[in-house]
Design a protein around this ligand. Sequence first.
Ligand code: DOR
Ligand code: ZN
Length: 360
Amino acid sequence: MSSPSSAARVAAPDTLTLTRPDDWHLHVRDGAALASVLPHTARQFARAIVMPNLRPPVTTTAQALAYRERILAARPAAGEPGADFQPLMTLYLTDNTPAEEIAHAKAAGIVALKLYPAGATTNSDAGVTDIRRTYATLEAMQREGVLLLVHGEVTDPAVDLFDREAVFIEQVMQPLRRDFPELKVVFEHITTREAAQYVAGAGPHTAATITAHHLLYNRNAIFQGGLRPHCYCLPVLKREQHRQALLAAVASGSDRFFLGTDSAPHAAVMKEASVCGAGCFTAPAALELYAEAFESVGALDKLDAFASAHGPAFYGLPRNTGTVTLRREPWALPESLPFAEDAAIKPLRGGEILPWRLVD
Ligand code: DOR
Ligand code: ZN
């Protein structure tokens, strides 16, 4: 009789207990949409980095503080799970963000600025046209210890959509790192082998977030049996070899990589349209999706640090106390959920059976 493989001898766990995790990249929108999506995240995460790409964008400290109050007001009621959720606020970097705004922002608890190359994605029209125009502000951020969060894609229409992240590394990231070696930079939602390799070798002041959808899907998902708008996000899903590189990055246990869902809610009617907005709505089952991805490469033991330790360490914030528990319990994620006024939203994997379930 052959001896059992080591995988067979080590029983797969049926419960997973994690330190309360954080989401280091999240879109919650505003108004009625905010009220419908925020409770999903508050149930799963203690804190989240809130993206500033509202219309108009959140460019000043005063706007960010007002937005923070609206988010706090959208939390579950006292005594319910998620009532103590804390948003971590960011500003939207423009060509004209005054360097003087940075000390003011830091004093008000703003932790980061987000760099959107102008035109790269949803609500990025007011973004940066040339990073050199922001150098005085980046200098102030480096001095004050305010992080730079980067949407890492060039916008040159001559560059193929699938190559825009790799080209961004050469054209923007490498000069940025050279000119601001002490600035803490998060390369957001990386999607390629090139970005994973770059971050792994870029030194202690560079990190990356990785979404659950880029760990679970390659670009075939967008075209599986017909065009799948709910799998369309930016940066767009890439080839399988890139997905494998992202899985290897998280399975390595490197503290340069941490959880950022990029959950990006759009009403179903806006996704299922002739022009479909970019974004995957993953907040309702974010931890479940990450657990599935980590398990697929035998890396469940790396999920706790990815979700709960690496992010706080990079941001210089304390780890959360308390725990959350995932159970191996197949359940059907609803196909559609209420969104804003009388609208619906379709979460990624909605209508499908998920193997892991967050226990309330
Ligand atoms: O897929 C995306 N959706 N990528 C982004 O960069 C923006 C986001 C959104 O705000 O919808
Ligand atoms: Zn985003």
